[in-house]
Design a protein around this ligand. Sequence first.
Ligand code: IZC
Ligand code: ZN
Length: 431
Amino acid sequence: MKKDGNIIIINAAEIATPRGRSARAGASMAALEVIPDGAVAVEGGTITRVGPTAQVMAELRAAGADLSTYETIDAAGRAVLPGFVDSHTHLVFGGYRAEEYAWRLKGVSYMDILQRGGGILSTVRATRAASAEELFALGRRRLDSMLAFGVTTVEGKSGYGLDRETEIRQLEVMAALDRAHPVDVVPTFMGAHAVPPEYKGRADEFVDFLLAEVVPEVAGRKLAEFCDVFCEQGVFSVAQSRRLLAGAAAAGLRPKLHADEIVPLGGAELAAEIGAVSADHLLHASDEGLRRMAAAGVVATLLPTTAFSLREPYARGRAMIDAGCAVALATDFNPGSCFSESIPLAAALAALCMQLSPEEIVTALTLNGAAAVGRAERIGSLEPGKLGDLVILEHPSYRFIPYHLGVSTVEKVIKRGGVVFDNLNHGGTRC
Ligand code: IZC
Ligand code: ZN
């Protein structure tokens, strides 16, 4: 009788994985372990063995494992990797911004649209008007799509409420999605995503409000693990971001930042100063900021599909790795600056426009993404003791991830030792 969470993948063309229980920085990002004719054994949802197929099978037999309790998958001709961790998304929102996209095509800038009360504020209006049930149904469909791209853990941010009630509703929906869906959802509180109309011109008072009225409830009810802020000219200053993140950290929410996305503001320096878990975007981060982030161990989360969508210059991913940073790659899925949950597009842009190697891209999508959501001890690599979260590609090498331009090469997704997506059996739908 098969047992839930028991699976053996055998005969893989290769197992490709970074190793470790924390982010890999600098040159070590390229040090993938590649095992030809590989196997992975998962028992009760946790990886127990990784190695050449003959060795893993001999070890299982020697240990007296009852192989009839395992599902077996023959992965001949296919590469097996850790499940992807999309460590930066805004996946719970109401409404869309297709009209604004058309304006942007005509040359109106993202920040101009926000200053005129559109952009994030347009999504805030639609999200405030949406019920928890509506947001849940939308979120579930989006998670299905992410899963098909090989994502087994996703970070999701609030920030489309900008009031107590809607911010909490977004986070509660993420908790419900986490329970209902195979993809694990890591919640981040981002009440400081924009200044709402009620506080127009009074950003400091809005930060006071968040610290007094929202952060205590979010932290007290454990509705979020992280606090993020849009540290940007015309949104929240470095001083306001520092104050909010310090208060949130005191309540138990670990800091993250949207840093140096549109103009160079010193977000990277702030991230290093306060020991943020990650600083994200970094299109305009200074050399000094990058050096400090590397020294402080802040994960640099790069979102190339956003730069592509905004037609902005790409973050200097190559220089960041060369400066000793740990780089993670994520999609930034949101209805405005980047309406795309495409992992393969992010990977292709990282290769072609940021000069990351295929090995670095795999590390950035797995172990370093896991570190950016504080979970590198449990996910992000294929090693005994980690969760049995993995993807099987339809091609024999991890190199196909950036090479197959914008097209997913993921054939199967396994979450905690169970097949949760199979592109062959289900024509692309979730099991
Ligand atoms: O809804 O536009 N940059 N926040 C900061 C975003 C992009 C998401 C959005
Ligand atoms: Zn974002």
